[in-house]
Design a protein around this ligand. Structure first.
Ligand code: FAD
Length: 407
């Protein structure tokens, strides 16, 4: 397939960020090219496939049975001592879906193409065309040839290991402890208590600084995965295998249909996610909820913002860093504060030991903490309430807990 050389915008990556960016730029009349190294949009997924209704609305997505597989109306949290806490999120409208991500991504790309965007697949971006410090295009390795394509703006939606950001000189590297290592099996014939409920399992023997999830994709199909600190001595795979083995009775008749692994940036966004002629969006800029690692929704929102600012800059004929900074500012104002609070909550929660986790579950069971408060933590809210209840129930926690109230 032949492609024109000159574009208004080149988007690297056809994941959630890239497909939304393509739709939004194309809708605004921009000549947009999306480049992905995969030969097919979608697989392999690196994802538990949980998407909350909040992001469905922000992304203006119309749930389609082809990808919105299982409606979620609650969560079962399992404390280290096995105590279960049931949270009915549906009653407060906080629903969501476990999606078939590969299908969804393809359908989002189809939407972008209908809006005018073009896609180039099986094409690896290996570098950037630079003029001084300004990005002017991309170098692509495709069908055994090295090619160059030029654009007024390059949008890096190339995920957590964003090389494009690095090629542009942006500081995207992060310490191992600031990311989670994820591993997952999609499995069939898994006994599921309630397909409308996500299950989350906590404990140092289960997942160091993380959790095991069972996200139902139907009556007996589920993503069974784990996220643990990237600097753990154990591997995520070993921890997940050990957990499945420890739950042998449940999984003895189940088997895997897919294996997925990946890194999840659960930290602050990249310090500067724009440069001359370049913007970073989604995982490439580390725009992930730092407590649970969900990043599809925030990638959609950031892509919308990038397209708004990027289109205006292209139309003005000025895609300098100074002009594109409006995107970084917009994201910081809308989402930056919330994500900072969520990171603070994560830093507190990861300091709790198993006994303290058990106390939290017990407080919820006794009605001394509202179960919804645990959901609020994922939005960066409710930390003070949690700390006060914990200090009352377990005075040994006082010193370190109270220090978090100041943060
Ligand atoms: C195990 C695991 C479980 C997760 N579970 C969830 C979950 O349940 N819910 C949720 O919301 N999020 C989850 N996430 C996070 C979520 O997957 C990411 O936040 C999301 O994919 C970010 O989208 P993106 O478009 O920024 O990047 P990506 O989806 O990573 O897309 C990047 C694209 O860029 C392409 N690309 C990369 N480099 C190049 C290159 N040089 N040239 C050409 N193409 C390139 C890749 O092929 C890819 O298609 C999970 C992550 C992991 C690892």
């Amino acid at each position: 397939m032949n492609y024109e050389k000159e574009w208004d915008v080149i988007i690297v990556g056809a994941g959630p960020a890239g497909n939304m960016a393509a739709q939004e730029f194309a809708k605004r009349g921009m000549k947009a090219l999306v480049i992905d190294r995969k030969q097919q949009i979608g697989p392999p997924k690196r994802c538990g496939e949980g998407l909350s209704i909040r992001w469905v609305k922000i992304g203006k997505l119309k749930p389609n049975p082809r990808w919105a597989l299982q409606e979620i109306t609650g969560a079962t949290l399992v404390a280290p001592n096995g105590e279960k806490v049931y949270i009915d999120t549906g009653s407060t409208g906080q629903t969501g879906y476990i999606i078939e991500r590969s299908q969804w991504e393809k359908m989002e790309a189809e939407k972008a193409i209908r809006s005018g965007a073009k896609y180039m697949l099986k094409a690896l971006v290996t570098g950037l065309v630079m003029e001084g410090k300004a990005v002017k295009g991309v170098k692509v390795s495709r069908e055994g040839k090295e090619e160059e394509y030029y654009a007024k703006l390059v949008v890096a939606c190339d995920g957590v290991d964003s090389m494009v950001g690095r090629y542009a000189g942006l500081r995207t590297a992060m310490p191992l402890g600031e990311c989670d290592s994820g591993y997952q099996y999609e499995m069939a014939n898994v006994p599921i208590e309630n397909p409308n409920y996500m299950e989350l399992y906590f404990g140092t023997n289960v997942a160091p600084r993380g959790y095991v999830w069972v996200f139902p994709k139907g009556k007996d199909v589920a993503n069974v995965g784990i996220g643990i600190s990237g600097d753990s001595a154990e591997t995520a795979k070993d921890c997940l295998d050990a957990w499945i083995e420890a739950n042998h009775e449940r999984f003895k008749d189940a088997s895997i249909t897919e294996i997925n692994a990946g890194v999840i940036p659960v930290t602050k966004p990249v310090g500067e996610f724009v440069g001359d002629g370049i913007m970073l969006v989604g995982d490439a800029a580390r725009m992930v909820n730092p407590i649970h690692g969900g990043g599809m929704g925030s990638a959609l929102e950031a892509a919308q913002m990038a397209a708004e600012v990027g289109t205006a800059a292209i139309k003005k004929g000025d895609t300098s860093k100074k002009e594109l900074m409006a995107y970084q500012k917009m994201w910081q104002e809308k989402r930056g504060g919330e994500f900072k609070k969520i990171l603070h909550v994560r830093h507190f929660v990861e300091k709790l030991n198993d006994e303290q986790f058990n106390i939290v579950a017990d407080l919820v069971k006794k009605g001394e903490l509202k179960p919804e408060m645990l959901v609020d933590l994922g939005h960066g809210k409710g930390l003070a309430e949690l700390i006060k209840a914990l200090v009352k129930a377990s005075p040994s926690i006082t010193k370190f807990a109270l220090s978090f109230l100041k943060g």
